[in-house]
Design a protein around this ligand. Structure first.
Ligand code: DX5
Ligand code: ZN
Length: 222
C-alpha cells in the first residue's frame, strides 16, 4: 500500500545551474514543488558564499511560489530586513548567529513575513523552546551548513521526534512547521517524514536529476 505523503517540498536553488536559474526553477515548478528554498551564505558563518538580496528580488519577480530564505550569515540582526524587502515569504536565521533572536522574529513579522529559526546539528533543541510561541517554523539542519550534497546525519531523526514531542506538550504541533534540510534523498525521506517533519528541503536529490518531473514525482511517492 502506498502512503499518501503530505508535506511541503522545497528544492534548494543552490543545487540548480546558476547560469540558467530561471529555466531551472521553472522545471521544478512544472513538476509541482511547493516552495523555493534559497540558501544565503556569507563566507563567515559558513565557508561558502552564495546569493544575496538582489538575487532574491530577481527570483521574486519571476515566481509566485513561496520564497523560503535560509540565512546562514553571522549578522542576521543587521541584514534580515533586506531579505524581507527583496520578497521573502519565509525567512529563517540561525540561532547560533543571532544576538537578539526574539527581536529579529518580531522585526520579520512586523514586515509581514513569516519567521523561522535554524539549528545546526550540534545545537541543543532547548535553545529554540522559549521562542516557539513566536515562530512559524523550526529548521533542523541535518548536515553542517555550508554546502549541498552532504551526507544526512542520522541523529537528526531523534531530534525531529523530540521537537515534535515538545510541540505537542505545548499544543503548538499544528501551528509550527518543522523543516529538515540537508542530505535528504529517497532512501531517508520516509524516515524523516515519519519522525514528524512537514517541510522537506532537497537540493541534489531534485536538481541533480536531469528529469525533474521524475525526481519530484518520486519524492511525492508517485
Ligand atoms: C546546506 C543548505 C541546504 C543544502 C541542501 O547548507 O542549507 O539547503 O543546499 O542540499 P542537499 O539536499 O544537496 O543536501
Ligand atoms: Zn538550506
Amino acid at each position: 500500500m502506498s502512503m499518501k505523503r503530505t508535506f511541503k517540498l522545497a528544492p534548494s536553488v543552490l543545487a540548480a545551474d546558476p547560469l540558467n536559474l530561471l529555466k531551472e526553477i521553472q522545471t521544478v515548478e512544472d513538476a509541482g514543488v511547493d516552495w523555493h528554498h534559497i540558501d544565503v551564505m556569507d563566507g563567515h558563518f559558513v565557508p561558502n558564499l552564495t546569493m544575496g538580496p538582489p538575487l532574491v528580488a530577481a527570483l521574486r519577480a519571476k515566481t509566485k511560489l513561496v520564497l523560503d530564505v535560509h540565512l546562514m550569515v553571522t549578522n542576521p540582526d543587521e541584514v534580515f530586513s533586506q531579505y524581507v524587502s527583496a520578497g521573502a515569504d519565509m525567512l529563517s536565521f540561525h540561532v547560533e548567529a543571532a544576538k537578539h533572536p526574539h527581536r529579529i522574529i518580531q522585526g520579520i513579522h512586523e514586515l509581514g513575513c513569516k519567521a523561522g529559526i535554524a539549528l545546526n546539528p550540534g545545537t541543543p533543541l532547548e535553545f529554540v523552546y522559549p521562542l516557539l510561541p513566536y515562530l512559524d517554523m523550526v529548521l533542523l539542519m541535518s548536515v553542517n551548513p555550508g554546502f549541498g550534497g552532504q551526507k544526512f546525519i542520522p541523529e537528526t531523526i531523534d531530534r525531529i521526534k523530540q521537537l515534535v514531542a515538545h510541540l505537542e506538550i505545548k499544543s503548538e504541533k499544528d501551528r509550527v512547521l518543522i523543516q529538515v534540510d540537508g542530505g535528504i534523498v529517497l532512501d531517508n525521506l520516509q524516515q524523516v517524514l515519519e519522525a514528524g517533519a512537514n517541510v522537506i528541503v532537497a537540493g541534489t536529490a531534485i536538481y541533480g536529476a536531469v528529469d525533474r518531473k521524475n525526481s519530484v514525482g518520486k519524492f511525492r511517492g508517485l
